[in-house]
Design a protein around this ligand. Structure first.
Ligand code: ADP
Ligand code: MG
Length: 376
């Protein structure tokens, strides 16, 4: 059983910087888990702690049901039976492809014939059979990354750890390698932890996604759970690209500080938005509470502006519209707030005035909307 269990795991760097704080995470056997977060959120720190390159300063880590760190236990990286792939394929330039891939088995003292057999099988799996004798310098970036992947799985590890393993590759190669990676881990029944700052990659690939920010896990869930039920404004903004509107909840209404956004909380048939409220007793009492409304690009409909009235706070101006796979990713200036909206069915023009109608939002009570930060 190649589960990975992290219990109250913490890491403090030598300079006192808290890299990880109270991490609780259970990666299931055979699961593909993406670790998603902005740059500096602690993704590499967490992966290196699992690998054994960093010692946790608190908590426990178990791999395959066996404790490997914490409570006086310490198993060095080479004994953890893990495969690793990094962003910059650290493959040896002086060895050919077969030599690179077979290296971990050679270290283990596996007989030559068996090494040759296993290397041939793995090269076949990653589509590099014809390149066995090539030197890395004569390979493309994608092929080198396949070599790194083959080398990581050659010794049949308990789990595969990937740190931005595809981030250095260009599309469409990157998209293809994504699919190959997923197929490979399925075939081998491998547990995988895949670190990325790319939310589309995380949501597209993973069984579950763990969202990390400032060394803390914000939420763990399936891609759908994260999109439909984000637990806080950070997750909504990072995972769904939601625009955050700080404001106040009072008497069942949300009043954004922004002059154009006010709505009654709850869904109804009178054109009010369907709003989910997060935070206990949000609607109880008339006492105003600070809150944040997160509005995803899919939660807004744009109506044509009836007349040109640039001072009308109900209106927003299109600042850019980029054509994407799901429609136009449109940015608006709405009375000074940058609102992102996904537009389908018509072509928004730069400079055009439109009326944003918020149809869906998540309201997080007790959050300020500042501080959490929105990642680039
Ligand atoms: P990510 O991989 O998500 O970009 P890292 O895990 O590399 O983030 O880093 C998390 C935080 O820990 C960052 O603020 C980073 O500056 C800090 N950090 C990383 N390595 C060290 C180190 N060796 N000493 C002190 N701080 C570090
Ligand atoms: Mg990193």
């Amino acid at each position: 059983m190649a589960t990975i269990e992290l219990t109250n795991l913490g890491h403090v760097y030598g300079n006192g910087h808290v890299g990880l704080d109270g991490i609780e995470l259970d990666v299931r056997d055979g699961e593909f888990l993406a670790l998603l977060g902005p740059s500096g959120s602690g993704k590499t720190t967490l992966l290196r702690t699992i690998a054994g390159f960093l010692r946790p300063s608190a908590g426990n880590l178990a791999i395959g049901g066996r404790s490997v760190a914490g409570d006086g236990v310490w198993l060095p990286p080479e004994k953890r039976e893990l495969g690793m792939v990094f962003q910059d394929h650290a493959i040896w330039p002086h060895l050919n492809v077969a030599g690179n891939v077979g290296y971990p088995l050679k270290l283990e003292g596996v007989p030559r014939i068996q090494i040759a057999r296993r290397v041939a099988a793995v090269l076949d799996q990653v589509g590099l059979s014809e390149y066995a004798k090539r030197k890395p310098a004569a390979l493309s970036g994608g092929q080198r990354q396949r070599v790194a992947l083959a080398r990581a799985i050659v010794a049949k590890p308990q789990a595969l750890l990937l740190d931005e393993a595809l981030s250095a590759l260009d599309e469409p190669l990157r998209a293809r390698l994504r699919l190959e990676l997923r197929a490979l881990t399925r075939e081998e029944g491998l547990t995988a932890v895949h670190v990325t700052h790319d939310r589309a990659e995380a949501l597209g690939l993973a069984d579950r996604v763990a969202v990390l920010n400032r060394g803390k896990i914000q939420q763990v869930g399936t891609p759908r759970e994260l999109l439909e039920n984000p637990v806080n404004a950070f997750v909504a903004s990072f995972v769904s690209d939601a625009t955050l509107f700080p404001g106040t909840v009072v008497d069942g209404h949300f009043h954004a500080d922004h002059p154009g956004l006010r709505f009654r909380i709850g869904s109804d048939t009178h054109g009010n938005p369907a709003i989910r409220v997060i935070g206990e007793r949000a609607l109880a009492g008339a006492r105003p509470r600070r809150a944040v409304a997160a509005v995803a690009p899919t939660g807004v409909r744009l109506e044509p502006a009836a007349r040109k009235a640039p001072l009308d706070i109900q209106l927003a101006r299109v600042t850019s519209a980029l054509y994407g796979r799901h429609g136009y990713e449109t940015s608006l200036d709405w009375a000074g707030t940058g609102l992102r909206v996904l537009v389908d069915g018509w072509v928004p023009k730069e400079g055009e005035l439109v009326r944003p109608v918020v149809e869906m939002a998540h309201v997080f009570c007790g959050e300020s909307g500042g501080g959490e930060g929105r990642a680039a």
